[in-house]
Design a protein around this ligand. Structure first.
Ligand SMILES: [Mg+2]
Length: 300
């Protein structure tokens, strides 16, 4: 049986002896990585996302407070809890750390069982927060992600794309002649149609990093981090076929005698001078072209 995934901890301290102690005490329960400075810690998080960071405050170069402020300003990293571990025990320092966005503060010399217990508590709190947020981010009708969730995921994918210089792909799609479907079969059937389309889309997406969301009405959106234009087009075609394969009758569509979707694919390399809305706009224009060309197809 595969070993269950252990939570990831990033340990940051300029004193190697502290890192060794922490790692020795925590590695049985957590997957630990170490960094001996602020810049090294941030660089590591470009490719390896921890579930929690244990962060020394006093370090040469980029100190713990600066690292924490940078994490909290980054949409892709701001939800990672930070616990300061430091030799300082001055009240003002502790307040400064908490104001920088840390969830807790542990002073040296530390007791390993207490460090472990606090890490466990904050991971559990994070898990509950994530659950609550996920609940607020689900579309009530279809059970897939909602628009709010998509907006947040796009901001995160965008920030990550800027940092990693990797493209972000997007597919925007809508159900062909959905108003006619609603008029002919009634709104409950229309709701059933949207749920079925959502299931078909979600079922056709094999990568966990991709997000299928209801964009609004009969419109859906698929976010594809790290995907170029050709890749996004290929995904769009897979989605088109998945919906068509349901064979849901639609006697009032000009596109086919069953439910179909029109799709727009787009991709771009995010950079700081470009807003993510431009990507959505490009996909929307491609979707418009797909409809103009006769629906039940991918526009690029
Ligand atoms: Mg230090």
């Amino acid at each position: 049986m595969a070993e269950p995934l252990r939570p990831r901890l990033l340990l940051v301290d300029d004193a190697p002896i502290n890192l060794q102690m922490l790692e020795a005490g925590l590695e049985d329960a957590f997957e630990c990585r170490c960094a001996t400075g602020g810049a090294e810690a941030l660089a590591l998080m470009g490719s390896w996302l921890p579930d929690l960071v244990l962060l020394d405050v006093a370090m040469p170069g980029l100190d713990g407070l600066a690292v924490c402020r940078r994490l909290k300003a980054d949409p892709a990293l701001q939800d990672i809890p930070v616990i300061f571990v430091t030799g300082r025990d001055d009240e003002a320092d502790e307040l400064e750390g908490l104001e920088a966005g840390a969830v807790d503060y542990i002073t040296k010399p530390f007791s390993l069982p207490i460090v472990k217990a606090r890490v466990g508590t904050h991971l559990e709190l994070k898990r509950c927060r994530d659950l609550l947020r996920n609940h607020a981010f689900v579309d009530g009708l279809t059970g897939i992600a909602n628009r709010r969730r998509f907006d947040e995921a796009l901001a995160q994918a965008w920030a990550l794309g800027v940092r990693q210089r990797s493209p972000v792909g997007l597919v925007l799609l809508d159900v062909d002649h959905f108003k006619a479907y609603n008029d002919a079969y009634g709104h409950p059937a229309g709701d059933g149609c949207l749920s079925a389309v959502a299931r078909a889309l979600a079922g056709a997406m094999p990568r966990v990093s991709d997000l299928v969301a209801r964009y609004g009405g009969e419109e859906f959106v698929v976010l594809l981090p790290g995907t170029d234009f050709e890749g996004a087009r290929a995904v769009a075609e897979t989605l088109r076929r998945a919906v068509e394969a349901m064979g849901l009758p639609h006697a009032h569509s000009s596109a086919a005698d069953h439910v179909t979707v029109s799709l727009g694919a787009a991709s771009c390399l995010p950079h700081l001078k470009l807003v993510s809305a431009a990507l959505v706009e490009a996909a929307d224009e491609a979707l418009y072209r797909a409809k103009q060309a006769g629906r039940n197809r991918v526009g690029g």
